[in-house]
Every structure is written in structure tokens, then in C-alpha cells.
Write a new protein. Sequence first.
Length: 296
Amino acid sequence: MVTAKDVKELREKTGAGMMDCKKALTECDGDMEKAIDWLREKGIAKAAKKSDRIAAEGLSRVGVEGNTAVIFEVNSETDFVAKNEQFLTLLDDIKKALFSAKPASLEEALSAPCNGATIADELTNATAKIGEKITLRRVEVIEKADDAFFGSYMHMGGNISAIVVLKGKANEKVAKDVAMQIASMAPQYVTRDEMPLEVVEHERKVQTEIVKNDEKLANKPEKVLAGIIEGKISKNLKDLCLVEQEFFLNPDQKVGQYLKENGAEVVSFTRYLVGEGIEKREDNFAEEVMSQAFGK
């Protein structure tokens, strides 16, 4: 009889998914060593050997169902795999699972039920079958009020995904426009008020040094210099704030003006660029080919 403890032990030894481990033990009458060989023969156990690989490619996804939205990123080792039909199906399955479970964290997301197993199991199975390390890097579930609007946008098939929540007299078109703005112009804050003081102070320090070393400003009064410094700070930080950015559909207009014209206000937004912040490994292509050819 196959026990949960046996399944857990086999999973820890091989890195294979829970359902695959259970099947292997059943096929091998509970013999652990034979089950390991069975998984290796099926190409499933190799998933555990890929834990040190760098997965910096992949795709993000964003979806909306009623008052709930989900946005998440799944990474692979190469962009080629990100176009694989099996990988795309995995993304669809994960999205359905996230809408059903509404996890509050990445850890909860990995434990969410998916196709009779968990999302973590599905990722392990995909790693084994596709042959590359596949990971769920981040996820966020956003809830809105009945009178608010979601705007979502995916660029280049999911290389960039954005979701925004608007309130006021907004409509779906305005929300979509703002989501496209976020995807294309990568703001970090909604308004200057959200910007951490240390960000502003750092920029002030930089601009103060620039002004101090500008010979053309050497004889300017302190009050004038202070005004110049504040002007430079404002100019350099404005693109970090959504409402201060030039609107991509009309560069003569600020996003804040577009929102005001439409009686809308931004509640929050999230933007995922696939692989951002991940240090990508530079492989030696010749060594990679030799490794695969001779199994080194």
C-alpha cells in the first residue's frame, strides 16, 4: 500500500510532482528504488537536477473576473520555451487556479489546487517534461469595489503585463488607456506624494552637486540656486510618477490631465516586466553544445 509518507519521501528525493510519485510507487509496488528508476526512465526525475538553473525568461499574465484581477509571472530558462504550447497551457491552468484560490502570497499560490495537484506540482511536472527550469516568480491578486474599474494590458504576448484600478467616472476605455500607459512608460508611483523621501533626497543631493560644479551658476544668489535645484529635481523625477508623465496618446497632455478630464482617479497599479531584477547568466554557447553532446 502506498502511503502519503512514501510519496513525500520520493518527491523529496526526485523533485517529481506528487501525482507522478504516487503513480511511480503504485507501478513499482511501493519499492522506493524502483520508483526512482521508473521516474528517471520517464524523464520526470530530472526536474530535481535543474534547481540551480537561472530562469530569467518566460511570460507574465493578467486577467480579470468580476471584481477580482490576477497578475503573475512564470519564468523559463529560454525565450524559446516561453512560446511552447505546453508552457502556454500551463499559464492558462495557473490563471484558473489563482482565480479559484485567490492566494495572499506566493507561498499560498504554490500550494493552490491545480489539475488535481498543486501549482507547485504542475511547475515540477512542466520542468520535467519541457526540460527547463520553470518557476512561478511572483503573483498578485487585486480586488476592487463595485464602482471601480479595472484596466489591463499585455504587451508582446506577456513580456509586460499591467493592471490598474480606477475610481470615479472612469470607463473601460479610460482604464485600458491608463494600463497601456503603465506598461509602456513604467511609472513607479501614482503621485509624487507616494515617492519615498529617500528617493527625493538622493536626487536633491545629486542635483546640488551638479549645480555647485556649474561655473555658469557660480555667482547666482542662494535663493536662485535653490529654485534651480528644485526645478531639476522635479524634471528628473516626474517620469517616475504616473500622473506627471506625458500621455502616450497625446504628448501635449499629462496623464493627470487625461484622468481629470474623464473624472477618474488611480487607486493602484501593478506592472510586471518579465525577468526584471534577475541577473541573467551568460552561457558559453560552445561549452553548452559540448555538454549536451557528450553529457559532461
